[in-house]
Every structure is written in structure tokens, then in C-alpha cells.
Write a protein that binds this ligand. Structure first.
Ligand SMILES: O=C(O)CCc1c2[nH]c(c1CC(=O)O)Cc1[nH]c(c(CC(=O)O)c1CCC(=O)O)Cc1[nH]c(c(CC(=O)O)c1CCC(=O)O)Cc1[nH]c(c(CC(=O)O)c1CCC(=O)O)C2
Length: 360
């Protein structure tokens, strides 16, 4: 795949990239996980016309909805419209998105013998070309307004969906594998990791300017299982993506790891090569800073439900958050994604408050 970076319009707002690299900024950059989505009426209009994965697979539509929140709010980043579950799809698993229910795998992995059903991880890139095309198109259409974030799910989180077949309160089926089939679990995690590394390098080639790895189900592991079944794979992803990007002669791009519910792992994650560590709203910013150390950028962490409050309350919650994090080495975000019933005007209040309370 050809290097497309030089063909793209120049970046006019580099706050996010500067903050990720620990450089000073005029104000704290802000974006929101799930900033393109059902809480926006213009998204729901498009969603009414297409199945969810058809939206992901149609670069013009994915680009259109990626840009919708940027047209409304002065956000400092766009995140490509896609889902973490496109990787298990590319590995050969069927995933349906059922309105009101979420993702469903009709035939989840029921035991180690099912690993033979998975495709070769080397083949995922060709199957995910539509994501690369959406990234390249969106970089052009963004016209340098803000950097474009690419993303993926972390191996444990993807493994959990492949075995549970849907969201789960306990992840007991997936955790059963960790205790009963540790060797097969590592084989599965390695397959997902190999696919993910290739997928993320492809996103950089296509034009992604920062990569975020979502370990959305860290909370189910606890320190010991995280150490064995999550940390080594998160490390490999960062090391190998960075090494491969360098070997291709491409510019190094910042990477973020977001271990939702994984406060017990922040110290170890602070020792990896990720420039940014995302934290959810259950971790105090001062403690997070102590755990990851001074040389990482922190991202987060307003309780998403704080957006149900009125804009005056949102302003004071954001002021407190910014004071705790400080204006250096910090990217403002929610501690998890937007919910479908949120008022877009309250996200506007969040974004405005971050910029107001962090302007030098
Ligand atoms: O803003 C953008 O451009 C990208 C938005 C985005 C979508 N999926 C993800 C992102 C990136 C981001 O968060 O900014 C990533 C993602 N998908 C899932 C997870 C795991 C999880 O939620 O547990 C993640 C990682 C981030 C995170 O932790 O939130 C898995 C997932 N995908 C969907 C659902 C159902 C739902 O209703 O949200 C789930 C959770 C399943 C569960 O375990 O309970 C579907 C989905 N993905 C995106 C959207 C758009 C939107 O938020 O409205 C949807 C809803 C689909 C629909 O319209 O029916 C986009």
C-alpha cells in the first residue's frame, strides 16, 4: 500500500498530537469516545437507511458520520466511524448488530477445537480495506481541521466477545477459557494480536494520525489475569506497530491504551511505549498521575453520566477535572463513550468548558 500521508491537507489544529507527545498547548485538546453515534439526530437519520456494518463498510457513509460531530462542536480530534468487532469478522466470525441488543455472534467459539474455524491473521488486512478507504477519504474531507484517530479492540476484549457471543455482566464463559484452557487462550490471543498489529499498521498507512487500543473489558480480569492474558499482548501491539511503522519509513504516531476498569494495571501500562493512557471515571486523576508517572499523557475522565446534568453543572465538573489533571500532558475526554439518550447540547457544554478552563 502506498504512503498517502504527504498527499493530505496540512493539519491546522495539532493540539491533540502535541498533548500526546508531551508538548505544550494553547488549550487542552478535547474529544469524546463515541462522538459519532445515536445521540446525534443527523446520525440517526443515516442509521435509519443502513445496517450498522453496511455503514462501516461504505467509506462515504463512514466518512459522513465521522465528520458530523466535527461540524457541530469545536472538537480537537475525529475518530473514524467503525467498531472494534470488525476484526473478529475479518477473522471469519459472523457478527450481527441488533438494534436495542448490540452485537451478537450467532456462532461464538465454544471450545478450543473452534480455533480451527478462524482465518489466517495475515489475511485480515485485505478484508478490512474498507476501513483503510474510509480513513483515507476522511483525512481528505477533514481538510486538516483536526487529526484523525484510528482504533481497535485489545486482544482480551475481542476474545471475550468471540467466546461470549454478546455483551456479558460476568464474562464467565470467556474467563472459563483462561482457567480451563490457558494454552488455547494464549493461542487465540496471539491470533487476535497478529491480526491487530497488521490492521493498525494498515490504518497508519491509510492516514490515521493517532491509534487508540480499547481494553474495554479490563475490569473483568483483576491484576493477576491481566498480567498474564492482557499486558503481554498490549505490549506487543505497541512495540510491533511502532517498529513496523518505522521500518516502513512512516512517521511515528502516538498510541493510546484505554484499560476500562483496569486501574490496577496503570503502573504497568505506564511502563509500555504508549504515549497516552486513557482512564475511566472511577480513577482519581491525581492517583492516575502517580501510577503512570510524569512522562505519559493522561486522557479522560469525566463520568459520561455527568452529561445528564445541566450545562452549569457540567461547567463546574469540567473545571474541577481540568484543575486536577493540569493543562500539560492531558487530553480531555469522558471516562467512557456517549450514551444514545444524551443531549448534544450537553456535549457542546463539555467541549466549551474544557477549552475555557484550560486557555492559557
Ligand atoms: O465516534 C466514532 O466515530 C466511532 C464510535 C465507535 C463505535 N464503536 C466503537 C467506537 C469508538 C469509540 O468508542 O469512540 C468502539 C467499541 N465498540 C464496542 C466496544 C466495547 C464495549 O462497548 O464494550 C467499543 C470500545 C469502546 C467502548 O468501550 O465503548 C462494542 C459495541 N459495539 C456496539 C455496541 C452496542 C451499543 O449499543 O453500543 C457495543 C457494546 C456491546 C456490549 O458489550 O454491551 C455497536 C456500536 N458501535 C458504534 C455505534 C454507534 C453509536 O455509538 O451510536 C454502535 C451502535 C450501533 C447501532 O446503531 O445500533 C460505534
Amino acid at each position: 500500500m502506498a504512503e498517502k500521508k504527504s498527499e493530505f491537507p496540512a493539519l491546522k489544529n495539532d493540539r491533540l498530537l502535541r498533548a500526546a507527545r508531551g508538548e505544550s498547548v494553547d488549550k487542552v485538546p478535547v474529544w469524546a469516545m463515541r462522538q459519532a453515534g445515536r445521540y446525534l439526530p443527523e446520525f440517526r437519520e443515516v442509521r435509519a437507511q443502513y445496517d450498522f456494518f453496511t455503514m462501516c463498510r461504505t467509506p462515504e457513509v463512514a466518512c459522513q458520520v465521522t465528520l458530523q460531530p466535527l461540524d457541530r462542536f469545536p472538537l480537537d480530534a475525529a475518530i473514524i466511524f467503525s467498531d472494534i468487532l470488525v476484526v473478529p469478522q475479518a477473522l471469519g466470525m459472523e457478527v450481527q448488530m441488533k438494534p436495542g441488543e448490540g452485537p451478537v455472534f450467532p456462532s461464538p467459539l465454544s471450545g478450543p477445537e473452534d480455533l480451527d474455524r478462524l482465518c489466517n491473521p495475515k489475511d485480515v488486512c485485505a478484508k478490512l480495506q474498507y476501513v483503510y478507504d474510509a480513513i483515507t477519504l476522511t483525512r481528505h474531507k477533514l481538510d486538516g481541521r483536526a487529526p484523525l484517530i484510528g482504533f481497535c479492540g485489545a486482544p482480551w476484549t475481542i476474545m471475550a466477545y468471540m467466546i461470549e457471543g454478546k455483551g456479558s455482566k460476568t464474562m464467565s464463559n470467556a474467563k472459563c477459557w483462561l482457567y480451563r484452557h490457558p494454552e488455547a487462550s494464549h493461542r487465540l490471543l496471539k491470533t487476535i494480536t497478529d491480526a491487530t498489529i497488521a490492521y493498525l499498521v494498515g490504518q497508519v498507512k491509510a492516514g490515521a494520525q493517532l491509534l487508540q487500543v480499547f481494553e474495554s473489558h479490563a475490569e473483568h480480569l483483576g491484576p493477576n489475569l491481566f498480567q498474564e492474558f492482557a499486558l503481554p499482548y498490549l505490549k506487543r501491539i505497541c512495540d510491533e506497530v511502532k517498529d513496523q511503522v518505522a521500518a516502513l519509513g512512516l512517521q511515528d504516531i502516538p498510541m493510546t491504551v484505554f484499560p476500562k476498569g483496569g486501574h490496577f494495571a496503570l503502573r504497568e501500562l505506564g511502563r509500555l511505549r504508549y504515549e497516552v493512557v486513557g482512564i475511566d471515571w472511577t480513577v482519581d486523576p491525581i492517583l492516575a498521575r502517580q501510577l503512570v508517572g510524569p512522562n505519559k499523557t493522561l486522557q479522560g475522565n469525566l463520568d459520561p453520566c455527568a452529561l445528564y446534568a445541566d450545562p452549569i453543572q457540567i461547567d463546574s465538573s469540567v473545571k474541577e477535572m481540568v484543575e486536577k489533571f493540569g493543562c500539560e500532558r492531558y487530553i480531555a475526554n469522558l471516562g467512557h463513550g456517549m450514551y444514545p439518550d444524551m443531549d448534544p447540547r450537553h456535549l457542546a457544554a463539555f467541549v466549551e468548558a474544557v477549552h475555557t478552563h484550560s486557555t492559557k
